[in-house]
Design a protein around this ligand. Structure first.
Ligand code: IMP
Length: 193
C-alpha cells in the first residue's frame, strides 16, 4: 500500500519507512510529482497538518499524511507555537528565533515549555490525527551543536542536556516527533483495509 508523506524532508521519510517495515510503501511529494509549496496558513498546528494533508489528497488523490510542529512556552502563552519556524521573521533563521525567545524570557523564572507535533493522516477516505509531546525547560543560553531549530535551548524533563547535546538516536527516542510517529506507526500496523 502506498502512502505519501507530505514533506520535503527526505530524512523524515526514511525514518518513518524504517519504522513501518514492509507494510506500507512511504512515498515522497517528489514521487507524486508535487513540486508546489503546500499551503500552511492555519492558526494551529492541527489546522496546518490537516491543510497540508487535504491539499495532497485533493490534488493528487493519494492516501497521505502531513506533520506540523511547534515549541510552546508557558510564560509566553504558548508562543512561538504555530509560528516557530518564522518567529523572528520570514528569513526562518534559527539563531534569531532562539534569541527572540531568550530575550522575551529574560528575568522570567518560569522556563516551562513543550514541543508538540501533530500528524494528520488521510487513509481510505477517513481522517485521523496523532499527537506527540515532550515537556522540558528553556535554558538561559544555547548549548550543543546537534539537531536544528530550538534544540540548543531546550532541555527535556529528567535530563541535564539540551536536545542539541544529544545524539539523533537519543533525541528521536524521546522527542515529540518520535512519539507522534510511533502512534502513527502503531495505528498503521493494526490497520485493516
Ligand atoms: P516543522 O513543522 O517540522 O517544519 O517545524 C516547524 C519549526 O519548529 C521548525 O522550523 C523549527 O524551528 C521548530 N522545530 C520543529 N521540530 C523541532 C525539533 O525537533 N527541535 C527544535 N526545533 C524544532
Amino acid at each position: 500500500m502506498k502512502l505519501c508523506f507530505a514533506t520535503n524532508n527526505a530524512h523524515k521519510i526514511t525514518e518513518v519507512q524504517h519504522l513501518l517495515g514492509g507494510k506500507f510503501d512511504i512515498i515522497s511529494l517528489q514521487d507524486i510529482d508535487c513540486t508546489e509549496e503546500l499551503p500552511e496558513t492555519q492558526p494551529t498546528l492541527e489546522g496546518n497538518a490537516q491543510q497540508k494533508a487535504d491539499f495532497v489528497y485533493q490534488h493528487y488523490q493519494v492516501d497521505c499524511f502531513a506533520d506540523d510542529t511547534g515549541l510552546e512556552i508557558e510564560a509566553l502563552n504558548g508562543e512561538p507555537g504555530v509560528d516557530s519556524a518564522h518567529y523572528d521573521g520570514p528569513e526562518r533563521n534559527s539563531q534569531a528565533n532562539m534569541q527572540k525567545v531568550l530575550d522575551k524570557l529574560q528575568n522570567n523564572h518560569n522556563r516551562r515549555a513543550q514541543f508538540r507535533t501533530v500528524i494528520a493522516l488521510i487513509l481510505g477516505g477517513e481522517s485521523y490525527t496523532f499527537e506527540g509531546t515532550i515537556s522540558g525547560s528553556i535554558t538561559s543560553k544555547p548549548s550543543g551543536q546537534q539537531g536544528f531549530g530550538y534544540d540548543p535551548i531546550f532541555i527535556p524533563e529528567g535530563y541535564q542536556q539540551s536536545f542539541a547535546e544529544m545524539s539523533l538516536e537519543e533525541k528521536n527516542r524521546i522527542s515529540h516527533r518520535g512519539r507522534a510517529v510511533q502512534k502513527l506507526v502503531n495505528f498503521l500496523h493494526n490497520y485493516q483495509k
